[in-house]
Every structure is written in structure tokens, then in C-alpha cells.
Design a binder for this molecule. Structure first.
Ligand code: RNT
Ligand code: ZN
Length: 419
């Protein structure tokens, strides 16, 4: 599309929004400051470079679309491609299994910053920040479904050591990049069937988390976040780290809470949880995801759930207390495209929210004029949002509209299909 056409459309859109008291230039200025932390694991179906074996822990990447990244260089190239198609400056999130150990076997309790040196250099070259995740799955010591809540003291200690090692890696990221690295902890621990002792494993988990978080790290460099879940494959009846468990822990021990959009009952959305949780915890990490039936990790699209998350973040003034991370993996479509679809949708949801005439809506609400509130919410759905989005992409120097699809197709032909 011609540059001038996009500009023209923007100028008239700007007028339409201004009539409702919304400044589109200001909205784009705000949007430019928001970094979305893009997850590495969409690029290789959560395989990693440890070569330890199958993906486990009750999560699953289905599909066999050709061209997945098999090496760190391939993954970086693919991620770099995706990043080049996204407006704004973003972050990248690694899992511990994405280490580079030069062919040596390094067990999880031994992972160290040096194994992520190349990643740190790459991030510095791109001028982006890194975030981290400890990996408590896809490992023989997680095979029976228990890690930090294990009754076997040797296994439990092993995983505590892994958590501590990962926090050191996160701190090294933070020191190098000048912004704190958020390290997320998610464990698969749970049971397939009826469980008599629900209390024991939870008490063990508290103890393990306390030990793991005992070494103090300056929050300037590193923040700890903990993620609960409703159920997983093989942990349908009991998940030790449930939402209530981690909410309680985060409040009591001053940790960040991770809210994954796919980890609740299907009619529950995390949008409503933000203003509740943020009354009691300082900061949160989001795992923006899309649940579909049993799967909590479909590629994110601009649906009502996602829009509601953006709205709550903006309306509540929560952007400075929220780390926005993505969490989805789909092996049935082009993986670079999956990243771009999900991230662009997330950025769009934020722009939509920033373009909302919130002051006007609030006035209606406060004066009890719910008729106008509902009517206005319907009317703003057809405002020329697309013209602002296109203009934002253009000013950020990334493809406008569906033009990015051609770039991904070209990359598939030139690079992915040759793997
Ligand atoms: C699993 C959690 C977790 C993982 C990633 C790979 O249900 O959502 O965040 O998806 O750590
Ligand atoms: Zn998650």
C-alpha cells in the first residue's frame, strides 16, 4: 500500500478519535514504550537444546509443520525474522533447556550464565532484554510427575538447585541488559487421579520455594514470578501449584504472580483478575495465551479475551506493574508466522485499549448513565482502528497489513524449507 494512502487514512482517523477526546499520536507514543516478551519455545515446539528427550510435564506441541529450528543459531535467525516484523521494541524469553553447552552434558542443577553467553550477546546486538524460565519438565527426575513437591529429598533438592541456578542466570541477564530479567517458575507437579494427601505436597512445595528464593537478588536485576495452573495432561485431578496456592505465596512472600490466560476454567478470563491481584501484589507477569478446550496454548488472536486484557491494563494504569509475556506453541503452522500473529495481536489489543475514550466512558458510568456507556462501547467498535494500526506499523518501519505474510513465505522458501 502506498505510504501516502496510509497517511491520509491516518489523518482522517485521527480526527474521528479526537472528536471523542482521544489523542492518537499520544496513544502511539505510549504503545512504543511497551515491550512484549516473546517466548523462544514457539520456534522449536518446546524442544530446547539439551537433547534430553521428549517434551513432558503435561504440555504438548501438536503438528508437524516443516522447518522447525534445531540449533540455537536457527532459533535466533527465526526469532530475528519474527522480531523484524513487529512494530516496537520487544524482549525475548528463554527456558533453561535452551542452553548452549558446547556439546557437554550439563544437568539442570549445573546450568550457569556462561551457557547463555551467546544469547546475551545476541540480545545485546539487537538491543533487546531477555527474560528467563527454569525448566522443571522434560527430564528423568520429573518423570513421575513431581519436582519441587517431591517426597524424595534427593530429587527435591535437585530441583531446588535448578531453581537457584536459574535465578543466577536471570540476574546475569539483568546485570548485562540494564533492565530486570523476570524469571518464571512453572512446575508440572500434580496427579492424574484421586489424591488422598493434597496437603503434604503443597507443604513441601512451600518449603522448596522458600529455599529456592532464599538467596537475595537485587530487584534492579532480577524478579521472581510463579505460575499456577488448573490442570495438565496427566495432572487432571490435582495440581499442587494451583492458582490459590501461588496467589497466597506471592502475597505472603512478595513475589510476582504469573497469570496465564489458558490456565483457568473456560468461562474465567484473566482480565478480571488483574485489578483483584494487583491490590495485593506489586507486579505481575502475564502469559498471554489462548485456551481451546483442553489446550491452554493456542496461538493468540485478537479476540474478546485479549481485548479485555489490554483494556484492563490501560484502564487500571497497570502497564508499569505488568510484564507482558507470551506463551503459546503450535507446530501445525509456520512457527515464525505463529510468533508474528500472536505478538501483533497482543500489540493491537494494547493499541485498541490506548485508543479507547476511557474518560468519556467513565463519566457515563459515574453519572449512572449506563445506557450511554453500553451504546458508546458498541459505537467505538467500528472506529477506524485499522488506519491507526497501519500508520503505527509504517512509522515503525515494519510491513503494513498482510505484507508481512509474504516476507514469512519468502523466508520459508529461502531458509526453513532447506532444513
Ligand atoms: C505450562 C505453563 C508454562 C509453559 C512454558 C513452556 O502450562 O504455561 O508457562 O507453557 O513454561
Ligand atoms: Zn504459561
Amino acid at each position: 500500500m502506498a505510504t501516502a494512502t496510509i497517511e491520509q487514512a491516518y489523518v482522517s482517523a485521527k480526527e474521528r478519535y479526537a472528536a471523542l477526546g482521544v489523542n492518537t499520536d499520544e496513544a502511539m507514543k505510549q504503545l512504543r514504550k511497551i515491550a512484549v516478551s516473546i517466548h523462544c519455545w514457539q520456534g522449536d515446539d518446546v524442544a530446547g537444546f539439551e537433547r534430553a528427550g521428549e517434551l513432558s510435564g503435561g504440555i504438548m506441541a501438536t503438528g508437524n509443520y516443516p522447518g522447525r529450528a534445531h540449533t540455537p543459531d536457527e532459533l535466533r535467525a527465526d526469532a530475528g525474522k519474527a522480531l523484524s516484523l513487529l512494530p516496537g521494541k520487544h524482549r525475548f524469553r528463554l527456558h533453561a533447556i535452551y542452553l548452549q553447552s558446547g556439546g557437554r552434558k550439563v544437568d539442570r542443577d549445573q546450568v550457569a550464565p556462561e551457557h547463555f553467553q551467546r544469547w546475551m550477546d545476541w540480545a545485546a546486538e539487537l538491543g533487546i532484554g531477555l527474560d528467563f524460565n527454569s525448566t522443571f519438565f522434560s527430564h528423568p527426575k520429573a518423570a513421575d510427575g513431581f519436582t519441587l513437591s517431591h517426597r524424595d529429598e534427593g530429587i527435591r533438592k535437585f530441583w531446588v538447585a535448578h531453581g537457584i541456578a536459574c535465578r543466577k542466570i536471570g540476574a546475569a541477564f539483568g546485570r548485562r541488559q540494564g533492565t530486570p530479567c523476570v524469571t518464571n517458575v512453572w512446575i508440572p507437579d500434580g496427579a492424574k487421579d484421586l489424591t488422598i494427601d493434597r496437603k503434604g505436597p503443597r507443604e513441601i512445595l512451600v518449603k522448596s520455594l522458600d529455599e529456592m528464593f532464599a538467596p537475595a537478588i537485587d530487584p534492579k536485576y532480577h524478579l521472581d514470578s510463579i505460575e499456577g495452573k488448573l490442570f495438565g495432561i496427566g495432572s487432571e485431578s490435582y495440581v499442587i501449584g494451583s492458582h490459590e496456592f501461588y496467589l497466597g505465596y506471592a502475597v505472603a512472600k512478595k513475589k510476582l504472580l504469573t497469570l496465564d490466560a489458558g490456565h483457568f476454567h473456560p468461562t474465567e478470563t484473566i482480565a478480571d483478575k488483574l485489578s483483584a491481584v494487583l491490590c495485593f501484589v506489586d507486579e505481575i507477569l502475564l502469559h498471554v495465551s489462548r485456551g481451546v478446550r483442553w489446550d491452554s496454548d493456542h496461538v493468540v488472536i485478537l479476540n474478546d479475551d485479549l481485548k479485555a486484557i489490554g483494556e484492563e491494563l490501560v484502564r487500571g494504569g497497570y502497564l508499569s506493574r505488568t510484564h507482558i509475556g507470551l506463551d503459546f506453541f503450535d507446530a501445525s503452522i509456520n512457527r515464525v508466522a505463529a510468533w508474528v500473529i500472536g505478538t501483533r495481536a497482543t500489540i493491537k489489543s494494547l493499541l485498541l485499549a490506548l485508543l479507547e475514550p476511557t474518560a468519556k466512558l467513565r463519566q457515563f458510568e459515574l453519572s449512572g448513565d449506563y445506557t450511554s456507556r453500553l451504546a458508546m462501547l458498541e459505537e467505538i467498535k467500528t472506529l477506524p482502528f485499522g488506519a491507526v494500526w497501519d500508520y503505527y506499523c509504517q512509522t515503525e518501519g515494519v510491513p503494513v497489513g498482510p505484507a508481512w505474510i509474504d516476507e514469512v513465505k519468502r523466508y520459508e522458501k529461502d531458509v526453513l524449507s532447506k532444513r
